[in-house]
Design a protein around this ligand. Sequence first.
Ligand SMILES: Cc1cc2nc3c(=O)[nH]c(=O)nc-3n(C[C@H](O)[C@H](O)[C@H](O)COP(=O)(O)O)c2cc1C
Length: 383
Amino acid sequence: MRFLTAGESHGPQLTGIVEGLPSQLPLSLEDINPWLKKRQGGYGRGRRMIIETDSVEFASGVRAGRTTGAPLTLVIQNTDYRNWTEIMNPAPGGEPRKKALTAARPGHADLSGGIKYAHKDLRDVLERASARETAMRVAVGAIAHKLLSFFGVQSVAYVAGMAGVWSPQPFDWSLVEQVEASPVRMTDLQTEAEVIRRIDAAKAAGDTLGGIIEARFRGVVPGLGSQMHWDQKLDGRIAQMAMSIPAIKGVEIGTGFDNAMKPGSEVHDAIYWDEARGYYRQTNRAGGTEGGMSTGEELVVRAALKPIATLMKPLPTVDVVTHAAADAARERSDTTAVPAASVILEALVGIVLAQVYLEKFGGDTLDELVERVERYKARVLAY
Ligand SMILES: Cc1cc2nc3c(=O)[nH]c(=O)nc-3n(C[C@H](O)[C@H](O)[C@H](O)COP(=O)(O)O)c2cc1C
């Protein structure tokens, strides 16, 4: 399964094309739109997310609520486009450009992208670099999750810590509802209240915040990915996908960074077997992968999100037209996007998992795939 997205932040629409899905996968807008709503949410978002009510349309590949096996085209309209038709107009002319951005914003793609693509209006860079693109990737991820549901895979995403506060409550699957109801997607109500207070304070001070997010998957079969080649390793593929989310600057599987400071005897997960469960571990510090393959234990992906780069008290920068010192441009912006980023992480790791399931089990129809996964599960138990 491969996919491509296109579209600018303030252009008419985001487009996604997904290829390689099996036919007969039940699929409706209700499988995707709740994910888009979750991505838009979270305490600390800016005005843009009030303007948009993301919803997806199918433009190909789905008929009568099922995939046909043809490339699937997804469209998300940008409601805000109506305010930007002149600025985003593709027709020649339009000089001097309206809303041209020439003061490169530190922490953004502006300066490197301007140099690379020879733009002096840095809007040509930011429009595509914007995290708005992740709306379409989350839509693709929602489809991946629909597929994974037929293999018995369940997932969740939450915020482990943000605004300088860690949740004292370790994640437990009984807390899923609490996380889904939390405006900051945290496991502990007291921490949630403190984080909200800190977000309000940061906003009032013109500052921004980052945090640590986690996505978990249970029900994943062992042996997905491969130890054979570097680009087939599951942990490597997950890290690449996670790191491609804007503002994510650190990724770990399990307790990767903590493990690095401990002796091996306190890190590696002993292996056990019993008739009912087959092979299992009592600990999961490895986070669900060993040797580039899934172990069958819970897959735990953790990522660090830097604070939002656009500051209302802007940092010094340089105007790329005049080379004069300038204040960084203040594009409308979030105070924090940590809760939303956790949803994006969950959706996108789901894409990698769907890909490795499809690679291992193949099949043109959903039935073929499910049958092969079930046969493999029986083989794993008997091993
Ligand atoms: C869901 C989400 C929303 C974001 N919203 C903003 C925003 O409103 N303002 C901003 O400056 N950065 C925002 N970012 C982060 C920037 O897109 C990102 O930092 C920037 O494109 C530079 O890329 P890099 O941080 O990956 O190097 C957001 C990121 C995510 C994941």
